[in-house]
Design a protein around this ligand. Structure first.
Ligand code: AMO
Length: 435
């Protein structure tokens, strides 16, 4: 059996014969011996010393197998263990012009992402993503939510027409899904609390550090809930993901210069701010926003919160903040109006600490057939595409709600990475669809 470097680095293995496969991460050739740092297929690194005559022609990123004896030597990089090898087999000799060096422009790293994935930074991010997904799934399973999947090719927009991806679907027009929400709503009437993880697509024309064209969308929906129930689910879920990731990925977090201890302190309850309190706070700080006509002015009641205002609200906070009760006018057609606060929605966005801004959005859905139909008409939406959705209110409607969480937004916050493009292995943006 061949091993990985982390299995090898143990006092019990000293003196034992091992086989290791991986890629040449660093290479230093001396007259008699060649020192190779091998990176295994989980990104673990260990030093291997081979007689130089066995490593003739060896290049960085060649894939190799070595067989040798484990030694303890405090001088050995990456943990004080090394392999003194006598056998070296080359699977694939890498060309000399490997394009990823130690210092590379962000653009090259994106153009060559298929190779840049081999860097320690990207391996750490990929592992953290995997932990985030695992702990999310664990939380839902432990709390008796059923996992479902929804179609990606759809006819009904969820989050407005401006970010819709149109596709030719045989002889009709269809869209790539912006959110599974409408489908989850129908499933929740026969399966109870449900959740899904599907790609969502937004034709985002703005280039920001927190928007992708394709993102991993974790969505949840449950019947007979009120807004507070939905907030409780989110704070428990997010805390469980963050704390468990901090516990199991501390090495990766430290490599990314994030403090796992700060993340371990994230626990329910999160702070709650009403939309009006948020606006007052921002007005007191003279927060400026850009209006649709391009003018700049102080934020006022009725405005949506933009990236800058979300940053302002959370840059010094120690806990994530729910901003509750946005105006209906800045939220989609399906949001239920607050019966105690006309014109405002039963909705909340969750804003992460350190100024990272929105990571989830959710609330209570309009469950009344007449109110929903009016909203669809008011927004000039094509009613025929929503007839199936209105059916849910015609036949045994119940109060229900849910939320959507962007996995990349969550990973961005956890890893303290500025640009969302680095939280996904193959980012899709307005200007990037390869590799
Ligand atoms: P919303 O459009 O706010 O709401 O999306 C929910 C969450 O998805 C993430 N997100 C994105 N991540 C990366 N790039 C993007 N372009 C992008 N757009 C959104 C964010 C956001 O909080 N159906 C509703 C939610 C609901 O009410 O259940 C929806 O999709 O983390």
């Amino acid at each position: 059996m061949h091993s990985r470097s982390n299995d090898i680095k143990s006092p019990d293995n000293v003196g034992k014969l091992v086989t290791l496969r991986g890629w040449v991460h660093r290479l230093r050739k001396q007259k008699d011996n060649t020192f190779i740092l091998i990176r295994d297929d989980r990104g673990g690194i260990i030093q291997v010393i081979v007689p130089s005559e066995k490593a003739v022609g060896l290049t960085i990123e060649s894939s190799i197998e070595v067989r040798g004896v484990v030694r303890r030597d405090v001088r050995a990089p990456e943990g004080g263990y090394e392999i003194k090898a006598n056998e070296l087999k080359i699977f694939g000799l890498a060309q000399l012009d490997y394009p990823i060096g130690e210092y590379q422009s962000p653009e090259i790293l994106l153009d060559k992402r298929h190779l840049a994935l081999r860097t320690r930074r990207m391996i750490a991010i990929a592992k953290i993503r995997a932990f985030v997904l695992k702990f999310a799934r664990d939380w839902f399973t432990e709390n008796d939510w059923i996992e479902v999947t929804a179609p990606i090719i759809v006819k009904s927009a969820v989050e407005g027409g401006s970010t819709l991806f149109r596709i030719k679907y045989f002889d009709q027009e269809a869209f790539l899904s912006q959110s599974a929400q409408l489908y989850l709503e129908s499933m929740t009437f026969c399966l109870g609390p449900v959740w899904s993880l599907t790609p969502s697509f937004r034709a985002e024309k703005s280039r920001t550090v927190r928007h992708l064209v394709e993102f991993s969308h974790l969505e949840a929906e449950a019947p007979w809930v009120n807004l507070e129930d939905i907030l409780n689910v989110q704070e428990q879920l997010v805390s469980a993901i963050v704390q468990n990731t901090a516990k199991h990925a501390s090495e990766e977090l430290v490599l990314l210069k994030t403090d796992p201890n700060e993340l371990r302190r994230i626990e329910p309850p999160f702070d709650r701010l009403t939309y009006l309190q948020a606006i007052e706070t921002l007005r007191a700080k003279d927060c400026i926003i850009k209006t649709e006509s391009g003018d700049q002015r102080t934020i006022q009641n009725g405005d949506d919160l933009n990236i800058d205002s979300e940053r302002e609200l959370t840059k010094d906070s120690r806990r994530p903040i729910f901003v509750i009760g946005y105006p209906l006018a800045v939220k989609p057609f399906y949001v239920k109006e607050d019966p105690l606060n006309k014109g405002m929605g039963l909705v909340a966005d969750l804003l992460a600490t350190r100024g990272f801004g929105e990571i989830t959005s959710g609330g209570i859905r309009e469950d009344d057939v007449n109110a929903l139909t009016k909203r669809i008409e008011k927004e000039n939406m094509d009613r025929s595409s929503y007839d199936w959705y209105i059916d849910l209110r015609r036949y045994g409607s119940v109060p229900h709600g849910g939320f959507g969480l962007g996995i990349e937004r969550l990973v961005r916050w956890i890893t303290n990475i500025k640009d969302i493009k680095d939280t996904v292995l193959f980012p899709r943006t307005m200007s990037r669809v390869t590799p």
